[in-house]
Design a protein around this ligand. Structure first.
Ligand SMILES: Nc1ncnc2c1ncn2[C@@H]1O[C@H](COP(=O)(O)OP(=O)(O)OP(=O)(O)O)[C@@H](O)[C@H]1O
Ligand SMILES: [Mg+2]
Length: 159
């Protein structure tokens, strides 16, 4: 297939989370992903977009930008916000680290993104915003630990 890309700007509203993941999934279809690849991508996009909605603006108005590119069989997704930024990115990436435990957040978003995608890069600046860049190459059979991915993904999305 030809290289392709899109950029989408959304309001940082909870209502837009399912829209964002559906748009990215639809965009990927051309590359003929497996159902598992598609599910992984949707889950990762959900996590990144939810983080921007929940953490970046503390309830105030804000924007989320999603940039998506397919080149050969490699998908690159960037989810950016222009919110408060992350003080310590390494710490934020640790499993179970959350600054919102009182809201039943489990601190697993970045861990999920990292395990479901091939790569994860977080760039963040306090008071400027956060960019999460993820890639996934289609058609790669990788012996990754499979902790009931599908059920976990569904639970994350519905929960
Ligand atoms: N876009 C963002 N802007 C500001 N802070 C963020 C952003 N994304 C993540 N963080 C910070 O990083 C922490 C870890 O994020 P992560 O997604 O791993 O867990 P969580 O969102 O707290 O919980 P969960 O994703 O399990 O609901 C968050 O608690 C928050 O402090
Ligand atoms: Mg999260």
């Amino acid at each position: 297939m030809k290289d392709n890309e899109f950029v989408l700007t959304l309001k940082a509203l909870g209502e837009n989370e399912s829209f964002a993941r559906t748009v990215v999934a639809a965009f990927c279809l051309e590359a003929k992903p497996t159902l598992e690849e598609l599910s992984d991508i949707k889950t990762a996009v959900s996590e990144a977009v939810t983080n921007a909605i929940v953490h970046a603006y503390d309830g105030a108005d804000g924007k989320i930008k999603i940039k998506c590119k397919i080149s050969k069989n490699k998908l690159t997704i960037e989810v950016s916000d222009f919110g408060k930024g992350i003080e310590d990115v390494e710490k934020a990436k640790e499993p179970f680290y959350t600054t919102r435990p009182e809201e039943e957040r489990s601190g697993m978003g970045f861990t999920v993104m990292e395990s479901f995608m091939d790569s994860l890069e977080i760039t963040s600046k306090l008071g400027v915003g956060t960019k999460v860049k993820m890639t996934k190459t289609f058609g790669v059979v990788e012996p990754k630990e499979n902790f009931e991915r599908e059920e976990y993904a569904i639970a994350r999305r519905n929960g």
